[in-house]
Ligand binder design. Structure first.
Ligand SMILES: [Zn+2]
Length: 497
């Protein structure tokens, strides 16, 4: 296969020749960029007696150790530890490279100096949203910013967005990947886009006004925030016609949420919307998406960019790479990044069905896709598994089950201690709003039934709220992200695992 970077070829790749090409790219990237200029990986290669020459295929990656979240956290001895992962080229090494000498001869030294500065010097950052840990910064150079546009531009392309359409990006304004990634999508594809900054910047009201004024065809948002915006539009009997596509990210989007959002769109005058969900993480500096599907259609999986990086799926217990089509933990290695670079980064996120290279059943593109549900560690913070009332609860599953429950609008789970005493019993309260004109008492009994039969949990209270009350409870317009699970147990609680 020729170089898949050629503009249209990222979506028409066959497995074996692409993996062979990735191996060659990986080797070149390690030998030109990472091994000479990354303090951390220089050390790792040295410790293992490796050079870039030892890594020539994707399968050779297993010679390298994983990098995990813990490796990036600051320590008392090394408070700026992530800087060890930033590529810092030695100008003398660069100046001796034949390609650079040739460029200098052709274009002049000052122009090449400027190009190298733009390629290598970080000028931008996003960071992780740790609640249990320090946020970890990831630095970008102009080279990486161009790649943000390339990656998010492909999402827009998969969404079939045309140049006369308009997008409203309601991701929360923050130094986080989601907002900036989609910010660059419109710029890359020359499509009009308004970034409202989300609820904390403009409130649900301000976002609604923006949508009324601009009449966008595409809404880009976090699912829970979009739910509140659309719900409020329904309450106010607004007409928001012409919306055809919802691009969602920053949180998981179970089938029930897709259905609810599409129903709300229909109620405000935009029937038949398609939904495309994205998956990405700070450490990749990329997010990938499904192709747009009607709610109720099963997800075709996330379309990866094989020319930009390698996704391995591993058995989280053994660290072994699993065969195609097998679920496991998602591991990332870039092929062409500057700034902060992590190799074999263990996300902690688990995908259900692993990777497939079969053509996508929806759009026919041939590229690797991550299939099945993804359970994200980053979303659920320290709350992934918690012992509540003596039962281990997987909050990923619990959230999904509540989102999928028919008749439920919005919800919040609240953990407390009886009498606010850290040594007393756990309490679990569920706050709900019924969907549409649903009935409160039947909703309460179906929530009780769901928690009991699937999670062996008996909630202390199930409280029904109005939509406005729920917006307050979830801190819509106040917090950066809506609060769907809140832990109000006193801080002197037993250590969490
Ligand atoms: Zn597709």
């Amino acid at each position: 296969m020729s170089n898949p970077r050629r503009k249209n070829q990222w979506q028409d790749l066959d497995r074996d020749s692409t993996i062979a090409w990735q191996g060659r790219c990986l080797h070149r990237y390690l030998s030109d960029c990472v091994v000479p200029f990354s303090l951390h990986y220089q050390r790792i290669f040295k410790e293992r007696g490796l050079t870039a020459a030892d890594i020539r295929t994707v399968a050779d990656l297993k010679k390298l150790p994983f990098t995990s979240k813990e490796d990036l956290l600051p320590t008392p001895e090394n408070p700026r530890r992530t800087l060890d992962y930033v590529l810092k080229p030695d100008p003398k090494v660069l100046a001796r490279r034949p390609s650079i000498i040739l460029r200098a001869l052709l274009h002049g030294r000052s122009r090449v100096h400027d190009e190298l500065d733009r390629e290598w010097r970080p000028i931008f950052m996003t960071s992780t949203t740790g609640r249990s840990t320090e946020p970890v910064p990831f630095l970008y150079t102009q080279h990486d910013i161009a790649h943000m546009g390339l990656g998010s531009g492909r999402i827009v392309e998969m969404g079939g967005v045309k140049s006369d359409e308009r997008m409203v990006n309601m991701f929360p304004f923050a130094p986080h990947l989601a907002f900036w990634y989609m910010y660059y999508s419109g710029i890359d594809r020359n499509v009009f886009a308004l970034a409202t900054g989300g609820g904390k910047v403009m409130g649900t009201e301000g976002n609604l006004r923006a949508v009324q004024k601009l009449k966008p065809q595409i809404l880009v948002a976090m699912p829970t925030f979009l739910y509140h915006v659309l719900q409020q539009a329904v309450e106010q009997k607004l007409r928001l016609e012409g919306i055809r596509l919802l691009v969602l990210g920053g949180d998981k989007v179970p089938d029930g949420t897709r259905r609810k959002l599409a129903e709300l769109c229909a109620q405000v005058g935009s029937p038949d919307v398609r939904v495309m969900v994205t998956y990405g993480f700070t450490e990749a500096k990329f997010a990938w998406s499904e192709c747009p599907v009607a709610p109720g259609t099963s997800s075709p999986g996330y379309h990866l960019y094989a020319d930009q990086g390698i996704i391995e799926i591993i058995n989280p217990d053994t660290g072994e790479v699993v065969p195609d089509g097998t679920g496991g933990e998602i591991v990332w290695t870039p092929l062409d990044q500057r700034g902060t670079v992590v190799l074999r980064y263990r996300t902690g996120d688990r995908c259900e069905h692993g990777i497939t290279w079969e053509p996508c059943p929806c759009c026919g593109r041939r590229l690797p896709r991550i299939c099945g549900k993804i359970s994200r560690v980053s979303d659920v913070h320290a709350l992934r598994f918690q012992k509540v009332k003596g039962t281990i609860v997987d909050f990923n599953e619990l959230e999904r089950a509540l989102d999928d429950l028919p008749g439920i609008g919005a919800w919040q789970i609240e953990l407390r201690k009886a009498h606010d005493d850290p040594l007393d019993l756990d309490e679990l309260n569920v706050h709900v709003t019924p969907a549409g004109s649903g009935n409160a008492s039947s909703l309460e009994s179906s929530v009780r039934e769901l928690l009991h039969s699937h999670f062996e949990l008996t909630p202390n209270q199930i409280v029904t709220h109005t939509d406005a009350e729920m917006r307050t409870l979830q801190k819509v317009g106040v917090a950066l992200k809506e609060q769907k699970v809140v832990d109000n147990r006193p801080k002197s609680d037993a250590p969490r695992t």
